[in-house]
Design a protein around this ligand. Structure first.
Ligand SMILES: [Fe+2]
Ligand SMILES: [Fe+2]
Length: 265
């Protein structure tokens, strides 16, 4: 099994698609992963399963790859209930998770914004560009830059999961460029396509960060590194001032009032 553990997951799934299906049952979505050069041992390790679930998963993978091998089943202690691990974050990482909450509130409004744009006679360019400003300034400059310039520096930036995160940030920027072009031209279909694509991308991206990436990074940090990261994140926040998060919080709240009130009319 050791040589399989050190093999790239994409190659394993290509040779034995059943492994992809088993991983998905455990909430480990390697089949749609965009890069796929992770080793099996890292894929399993990064998800931090409880020992019983991990042992059962590895048994099923080994059986799928070597159906004729006499693999001893894992010893499962039925007296122990398999509980999902509760995620706790260090203070600087907690702050990043909290920033996701405001970004998710804007993402939740996107279908309503798209519908409003589609049904208006003329594209409300001002509204679309204000949403773009939130995405570019709060989500990207304020939040993603702390990830790219501070958080990701504490792990191997060449690790596949980090490369996927960088790629998602870039893909998001491309979608937003298209949204701006659509707003300038008054092209409703272009705005709709790229705002919805951005919403799907960021929803998945934030879920990966909250549930997998951030806890994985946190597990590797010493207390001294947590303290150092906290200081660096606070310095980055201080450089833009308290006013910036307050301004965008207010923007999202006003947008919620505008669109949610229309739904409940
Ligand atoms: Fe990110
Ligand atoms: Fe993030």
């Amino acid at each position: 099994m050791n040589n399989v553990l050190n093999k790239e997951i994409k190659k394993i799934i290509d040779e034995c698609p059943e492994v992809g299906r088993i991983l998905e049952e455990y909430g480990i979505g390697c089949t749609p992963c965009s890069v796929g050069t992770c080793l099996l041992k890292d894929v399993v390790g990064i998800h931090n399963l409880d020992p019983q679930r991990e042992a059962t998963l590895m048994y099923r993978i080994e059986k799928a790859i070597y159906p004729n091998r006499n693999v001893p089943p894992p010893k499962v202690d039925l007296s122990k209930k398999s509980e999902p691990k509760k995620i706790t974050y260090s203070p600087p990482v907690r702050k990043l998770v909290d920033e996701h909450v405001l970004i998710k509130r804007l993402l939740a409004l996107i279908p309503m914004i798209v519908e409003y744009v589609e049904t208006s006679i003329k594209v409300d360019k001002d509204l679309v560009l204000k949403c773009v400003d939130f995405i570019r300034t709060y989500a990207d400059k304020y939040h993603h830059m702390k990830e790219e310039d501070i958080l990701f520096k504490y792990v191997d930036e060449k690790a596949e999961i980090i490369q996927v995160m960088f790629k998602d940030h870039d893909t998001g920027r491309d979608h937003i460029r298209q949204v701006v072009e659509g707003a300038e031209k008054g092209n409703k279909a272009q705005i709709k396509e790229h705002l919805l694509a951005y919403r799907d991308l960021l929803t998945q991206h934030i879920k990966k960060e909250d549930e997998i990436l951030y806890p994985w990074i946190d597990r590797q940090l010493s207390d001294a590194q947590v303290g150092e990261m906290f200081r660096k994140c606070n310095e980055a926040d201080a450089s833009v001032g308290d006013e910036l998060p307050r301004k965008y919080e207010k923007f999202v709240k006003n947008l919620e009032e505008k669109f949610l009130q229309e739904i409940t009319k």
